[in-house]
Ligand binder design. Structure first.
Ligand SMILES: [Zn+2]
Length: 65
């Protein structure tokens, strides 16, 4: 009666096995790579020298209106 321990994959939210899972906390190596890739892309955008400044000014204008 021992149920396998499962957890929601941080990327696809599907219940995934904890034990014998080399890609945990992700359900699979694929989700792991996709999620890490998404973070890397966001970091790259944030680190971009021009985009964040423009976005901030636009947001402030919207709030002040
Ligand atoms: Zn997944």
């Amino acid at each position: 009666m021992s149920k396998p321990v499962t957890f929601p994959c941080p990327h696809c939210k599907k219940p995934s096995l904890w034990h014998d899972n080399p890609s945990r906390p992700f359900c699979s190596e694929r989700c792991k790579l996709i999620d890490l890739g998404a973070w890397a892309n966001e970091d790259y955008k944030i680190a971009s020298p021009t985009a964040p400044e423009l976005t901030e000014h636009q947001s402030e204008d919207d709030l002040n209106d």
